[in-house]
Design a protein around this ligand. Structure first.
Ligand code: NAD
Ligand code: WQD
Length: 338
C-alpha cells in the first residue's frame, strides 16, 4: 500500500487513475490548479470511492507550495499528469507550452528533490512518434514530433531519463498513451473539454446529444482501408489500471522505462462512428471535411512491453469505450434514456 501524489489530479486521466489506485488499496493525494478541470471532481471522487482525498490547490510551477504539500503528505511517488495538451494551442502559444509543461516539470522535480521524493510515473504521449514508418509501433521506433506539444513531451522524457541515469530519480516510467477515450462506467467522472472539442470521441458524443449538428470527418482520402485516419483508442479505465501497475512497479524496483499504452488495434474514424452508433443507437450525421493540418495517417501500438513488464493488457473494447463515453456525455446533457 503506497501513498501517491497525482499532479493534475482533478483532470481526465488522473481522476480515473485515482479510482484505480484506491481500488488497489493505495492512498491518493491530488494536486491541481484547476486550469482545465472542474472544482467538484474531488467531491465526485469521494462519492464514487467512499474515500476522502487530500486536495492541494497549487500550480506545479510553485516550488514552495508543492514542496510544502509533499512535506505535509509524505508520498512514495508522484504520477505527473499536469500539463497543457492542445496541439493547436501549442503552435499558437509556444511559450505558454514551454512554460507550463517544461518549466512546470522542472519546478515539480525541484520540489520532489527538496521533499526527497524520487519515484515518478510520467504522462507521455504516442504523439512523440509522429507518423511512424509502420504500425504496430514499438518503443524503440524513431521519435519525430511535428508540433510543440509533442516536443514538450520529448524534452520531458529526456529530462526524466537524465535524472534517472544520474540517480536523482531512483525509478521512473514514461507512459506513452495512444488515444484515451471513454469514462468511468458510473458516469460520475469523465472528460470535460472546454469549448469545441478537438478530439474525435468528445465531438461524436456532443453530436449525439444534439449540441453539434454533425461530425466533420477530417479527410477521407488517406491511404487507409476506408480513407479515414486510423488510431489506437484506449479506454481510460484500462489506462488508469496501467498507472496503478506502473506505480507499483517503480516503487518495488529501481528502474527506468518507457512504455506504450495502447490496445494494439487500429480503428478508423468511420469505424469509431459506426461502433458508437451500434453501442448507443444514436445516429451521427457526417460531413466530409478537408484533412486537418498536422494529422498523421495511421498509427497503433505494439503493447507487448507493457504486458511483459507490468503484466498489463487492455481489456475493454471499442463498444465499451463508446458506451461509457456516451453515458457520461448523456448524463451531462440531462438525457435519461441511456
Ligand atoms: P486534463 O487537462 O484533463 O488534465 C490535466 C490537469 O492538469 C488538469 O486538471 C489541469 O487543471 C491540471 N494542470 C494543468 N497545468 C497545471 C499546472 N501548471 N499546475 C497544476 N495543475 C495543472 O488532461 P488529461 O487528458 O487528463 O491529460 C493528462 C496528461 O496526459 C497530460 O500530461 C497530457 O499531456 C497527457 N496525455 C493526454 C492524452 C489525451 O488524449 N487526453 C494523450 C496522451 C497524453
Ligand atoms: C483522431 C482522428 C482526426 C476530430 C490528439 C493529439 C495527441 C493526443 C491525443 C495528447 C484523426 C479525426 C478528429 C474531428 C475527425 N493528445 N477527427 N473529426 O489527432 O490522434 O491525437 O489527441 O497527447 O497528441 O494530437 O486524436 O481525437 O483529435 O483525432 O475526423 O472532429 O479523428 O483527423 O484522424 P489525434 P483526435
Amino acid at each position: 500500500m503506497a501513498r501517491i501524489l497525482l499532479t493534475g489530479g482533478a483532470g481526465y486521466i488522473a481522476s480515473h487513475t485515482a479510482v484505480a489506485l484506491v481500488e488497489r488499496g493505495h492512498h491518493v493525494v491530488l494536486l491541481d490548479n484547476f486550469a482545465n478541470s472542474e472544482r467538484d471532481v474531488p467531491d465526485r471522487l469521494r462519492r464514487l470511492t467512499g474515500k476522502l482525498f487530500p486536495v492541494i490547490e497549487a500550480d506545479i510551477r510553485d516550488v514552495k507550495a508543492v514542496t510544502d504539500a509533499m512535506q505535509a503528505f509524505p508520498v512514495d511517488g508522484v504520477i505527473h499528469f499536469a500539463a497543457l495538451k492542445a496541439v493547436g494551442e501549442s503552435e499558437a502559444d509556444p511559450l505558454l507550452y514551454y512554460d507550463m509543461n517544461i518549466v512546470g516539470t522542472i519546478r515539480l522535480f525541484e520540489a520532489m528533490q527538496q521533499a526527497n521524493v524520487r519515484r515518478l510515473v510520467f504522462s507521455s504521449s504516442a504523439t512523440v512518434y509522429g507518423q511512424p514508418d509502420h504500425s504496430p509501433i514499438l518503443e524503440d521506433a524513431p521519435t519525430r514530433v511535428n508540433n510543440i506539444y509533442g516536443r514538450t513531451k520529448l524534452v520531458m522524457e529526456d529530462l526524466i531519463r537524465d535524472l534517472a541515469r544520474t540517480g536523482k530519480l531512483l525509478s521512473a516510467a514514461s507512459l506513452r498513451y495512444f488515444n484515451p477515450v471513454g469514462a468511468h462506467p458510473s458516469a460520475m467522472i469523465g472528460e470535460t473539454p472546454s469549448g469545441v472539442p478537438n478530439n474525435l470521441m468528445p465531438y461524436i458524443t456532443q453530436v449525439a446529444t444534439g449540441e453539434r449538428p454533425h461530425l466533420n470527418v477530417f479527410g477521407n482520402d488517406y491511404d487507409t482501408p476506408d480513407g479515414t485516419g486510423v488510431r489506437d483508442y484506449i479506454h481510460v479505465m484500462d489506462l488508469a489500471h496501467a498507472h496503478a501497475l506502473a506505480v507499483e512497479h517503480i516503487i518495488a524496483q529501481d528502474v527506468s522505462l518507457t512504455v506504450n499504452l495502447g490496445t494494439g488495434v487500429g480503428i478508423s474514424v468511420l469505424e469509431l462512428v459506426h461502433a458508437f452508433e451500434r453501442a448507443t443507437g444514436r445516429k451521427i450525421p457526417l460531413n466530409i471535411a478537408p484533412r486537418r493540418p498536422g494529422d498523421v495517417t495511421s498509427y497503433y501500438a505494439n503493447p507487448a512491453m507493457a504486458e511483459a513488464i507490468l503484466g498489463w493488457k487492455a481489456k475493454l473494447n471499442v463498444d465499451d469505450m463508446c458506451r461509457d463515453a456516451w453515458r457520461w456525455q448523456a448524463k451531462r446533457a440531462g438525457i435519461n434514456d441511456v
